[in-house]
Design a protein around this ligand. Structure first.
Ligand SMILES: C[S@@+](CC[C@H](N)C(=O)[O-])C[C@H]1O[C@@H](n2cnc3c(N)ncnc32)[C@H](O)[C@@H]1O
Length: 298
């Protein structure tokens, strides 16, 4: 008999491996208390699923994300996707890392688009896995454009964004009747020398601001908001590695946060929350980070 080529073997083994994982997922889901978790749907070949991986804790994945990860032929993923989430990808599935390597730039967007188009043209189903929610500072627009140009169908699966995760892990709401009637997600990359945020528009007392990608801009954020009229003692909180075992946080005011951070540097990724709702950390029933963290993990 003619020897089976690697391609033929993969053609048969991959679907079998996926089927086994899929049965495992549904069996686990249906054996416990939550016997009726509605896991249904397929993962179509020639289709890209832009999926949010959440903020690191694998249990914060949506059921749809977990199902697609079990079913896809290939997963294209970023740096901020947690190891526990990656561990859910079955052995037979192709993986492509397109995040930033240490000391290098990220893979250019057009190369990521071209990779997905190539995989789809090979007849595969693709999960494009992005940290948090793919539609929040995730460069999803460029990827949608690349796929639309190649007439490739896309489904977007939202994920839990870092702001939601960090607020939950610190035991506070992002909005609160007595504190904030508005919520704004801001990229701190605007705080570079060549771009000036509209500090006057951001310096409101009825709002919670969440800055993404801002760890190196904390001093500029505090100074800009104070100069635009927020008081020196206005609350600010930094949460790094939200929802992960190594989560760390700093709570302070606009005037003292730059020094606090210099004395106790936090790792990346980190979100910065500004607003009076941050005061609630002190009175939260889960007010120490360990207690809150425990609530997040278990
Ligand atoms: C390129 S943006 C991606 C945001 C992502 N799409 C989301 O919805 O969370 C990366 C920034 O998200 C924030 N971030 C992502 N994961 C985080 C985590 N686990 N803890 C704290 N901040 C996080 C950081 O501000 C980081 O610089």
């Amino acid at each position: 008999m003619r020897a089976l080529s690697k391609f033929q073997l993969l053609k048969w083994c991959n679907p079998l491996a996926r089927l086994a994982s899929w049965f495992e997922l549904t069996r686990n889901a249906s054996s416990g208390v939550a016997a009726r978790i509605p896991l249904r749907g397929d993962c179509q070949r020639g289709h890209v699923y832009l999926v949010g991986a959440g903020s690191g804790d694998a249990e914060l994945l949506t059921l749809k994300a977990a199902r697609l990860l079990q079913q896809a032929d290939a997963v294209v993923y970023d740096r901020l996707v947690g190891d526990d989430v990656l561990a859910m990808i079955p052995a037979g599935c192709e993986r492509y890392y397109v995040g930033k390597a240490k000391g290098h730039h990220s893979v250019p967007q057009d190369e990521i688009g071209a990779l997905m188009v190539r995989l789809v043209r090979q007849g595969k189903s693709i999960v494009r896995l992005k940290g948090g929610d793919p539609g929040i500072f995730g460069r999803m627009g460029e990827e949608l454009d690349a796929l639309a140009a190649a007439q490739i169908p896309v489904t977007i699966v939202p994920g839990i964004t870092a702001a939601s995760s960090a607020a939950a892990c610190m035991g506070i709401p992002l909005t609160d009747r007595g504190h904030a009637q508005q919520l704004r997600f801001v990229t701190a990359q605007l705080c570079r020398e060549d771009g000036t945020p509209d500090w006057a528009a951001l310096a409101r007392r009825d709002e919670t601001l969440v800055f993404y990608m801002g760890l190196s801009k904390v001093a500029a954020i505090c100074a800009g908001l104070r100069e635009a009229g927020l008081p020196d003692d206005w609350p600010i909180m930094l949460v790094a590695n939200a929802s992960q075992p190594d989560q760390q946080s700093l709570v302070g005011s606009l005037v003292d946060m730059p020094q606090r951070l210099a004395a106790e540097p936090l790792p990346s990724p980190c979100v910065i929350m500004v607003g009076s709702v941050v005061q609630r950390v002190a009175t939260s029933p889960a007010s120490t980070e360990n207690q809150v963290h425990y609530a997040c993990q278990h």
